[in-house]
Design a binder for this molecule. Structure first.
Ligand code: IPD
Ligand code: CA
Length: 257
């Protein structure tokens, strides 16, 4: 039996690790435009250990330290210790710890915590979505002219740039405004909380969207790949998320570019 409140409390205990200025300044390069700090490594190390101490039978997948393989047969935590590492390095205060729980084919729990704003988004499949303990629902707006749409630039593979920016240009010409937050988990949670109406990105990893996807679905939203397929968890892929069916159908048209 998993005590989800205890898991959320554990995620919030990462505050002191994240506010460590010295660790934030230790930046290592993982790949082309892909960075990791000592904060990312410290948060993953801490949560992996604490979760294992409490739930030794649950497998673990995380962005850092070669733990990137999903164990699909049973339960598996899916962690992004810091979603929004570039924001962290630049002191943008727009990063989150993102933890999901996979159960034989779907995500059954998610928590996304921004330590800078003390915002906690969470959901257990079938039990609704919450923001700092209060229930949340997505926006019911269907008029694109009143919609705020965010997107991601897939920074680790710039070959997606042409299509990404062509799509957002077309959306921008039709909607109220666009945003580029820099943390995919928060993009999903902002739709869940009714702040924005849509989001897409061409290349993400499972830990970027595991927690946010269940939070968004539990708040009434829709999330698929840009082709309309279920999200993949054994590998990464694109994402299209929307607050309601009408906005989803409209955004899907832009993805056909
Ligand atoms: C990244 C962020 C960013 C998105 C990238 C992700 P990271 O995650 O979510 O917004 O554009 O595609 O990889 O690397 O900061 O954990
Ligand atoms: Ca990360």
């Amino acid at each position: 039996m998993i005590n989800y409140d205890e898991v959320i409390a554990l995620v919030k205990q990462t505050d002191s690790l994240i506010f460590d200025e010295e660790a934030t300044g230790h930046v290592l390069k993982k790949g082309m435009d892909d960075y990791v700090t000592y904060v990312d490594l410290g948060v993953q190390h801490f949560l992996k250990k604490e979760l294992h101490d409490r739930y030794p039978d649950i497998a673990f997948m995380g962005e850092e330290e070669g733990e990137t393989v999903l164990h699909p047969e049973g339960l598996c935590w899916i962690l992004d210790p810091i979603d929004g590492t570039t924001n962290l390095i630049h002191h943008m205060n727009l990063s989150a710890v993102s933890l999901g729980l996979w159960d034989k084919g779907r995500i059954v729990f998610g928590v996304v915590y921004n330590p800078f704003t003390k915002e906690t988004f969470s959901a257990v499949r079938g039990q609704g979505a919450y923001y700092n303990g209060k229930p949340i629902r997505t926006s019911t707006e269907t008029d694109m002219k009143k919609c705020l749409i965010s997107f991601g630039s897939s920074p680790y593979d710039r070959s997606f740039a042409d299509r990404t920016f062509e799509i957002i240009k077309n959306i921008y010409l039709d909607c109220r405004e666009i945003r580029r937050l820099g943390a995919a988990s928060l993009d999903l949670c902002y739709i869940a909380a009714g702040k924005t109406e849509g989001y897409y990105e061409m290349a993400l990893k499972p830990w970027d969207y595991a927690a946010g996807s269940v939070i968004l679905e539990e708040a009434g939203g829709i999330v698929t790949t840009m082709e309309g397929e279920p999200l993949a968890y054994e590998h990464g892929g694109s994402i299209l998320a929307a607050a309601n069916g009408t906005v989803y159908d409209k955004l899907k048209e832009y993805m056909k570019l």
